[in-house]
Design a protein around this ligand. Structure first.
Ligand code: ADE
Length: 225
């Protein structure tokens, strides 16, 4: 998989993708993430990428030309399955969308800033608009990082234990069960006996019941689905 992220704040994302599981996934060549600085595609020597909104009003708008230049250049090199624009008015992101995107080959994620992007970008380049929640961030970079992270960890081979993505919360509309590690007794706070029993079937049954109970208590809406 290849993910190209277009942003005017590349420094926000560079360190994120240079760490941990995401770095390992790239080192193993399971995914390639390229962060593109929109200012490198600016139309003038002032590296301008935004301008005032026609009709007035507060806030700057990202211009179509630098974005078009960057996307067109990328499209000359490969075919993209989706051009995603991250925006608070997009479809709400969740595990199902992460699963769908993890099966794609090439993705572009465009980060908005200021008051957003010229509407013509959305009309003519963007194929999917995604929000990560009902709140407004100062830019799309965190949203792009959230989406890329949740998608990349689903690619087979990225996690050392391949089953561990399958047992994540939400993967089957249930929250994950509680987990414990050593010591089995911390100052009288004990790990549930069944987890120490070595009885695989009982452990699975306990985990399923815990998942169900946790979901019932915290996210009954998931069960209603
Ligand atoms: N950009 C600003 N806020 C956002 C949000 N909630 N989701 C996606 N992109 C955003």
């Amino acid at each position: 998989m290849r993910i190209d992220i277009i942003t005017c704040l590349p420094q926000l994302l560079d360190s994120f993708f240079a760490a941990s599981i995401l770095k390992r996934a790239q080192d193993k060549q399971l995914v390639e993430v390229q962060v593109h600085d929109l200012r490198e595609y600016a139309i003038n020597k002032h590296k301008q990428v935004d301008d005032y909104a026609f009709g007035g009003g507060a806030g700057m708008v990202l211009m179509i030309e630098p974005i078009a230049k960057c996307i067109n250049l990328l499209k000359q090199q490969r075919t993209y399955d989706e051009v995603i624009y991250v925006t608070p008015d997009g479809e709400l992101f969740g595990q199902k969308t992460a699963n769908v995107l993890s099966l794609k080959q090439n993705l572009i994620i465009l980060c908005g800033h200021y008051k957003g992007v010229d509407e013509r970008v959305r009309e003519h380049f963007v194929t999917r608009e995604i929000s990560i929640g009902d709140y407004v961030l100062s830019g799309g970079e965190l949203a792009a990082a959230v989406i890329a992270d949740s998608v990349i960890r689903l690619i087979p081979g990225v996690l050392s234990d391949e089953t561990s993505a399958l047992t994540d919360s939400f993967q089957d509309d249930l929250l994950a069960p509680p987990v414990y590690t050593r010591p089995a007794d911390y100052q009288g706070w004990k790990v549930p006996e069944v987890l120490l029993s070595g009885h695989k079937a009982n452990i699975e049954k306990w985990r399923y019941e815990q998942s169900l109970e946790r979901t019932r208590q915290r996210r009954p809406d998931l069960l209603a689905e």
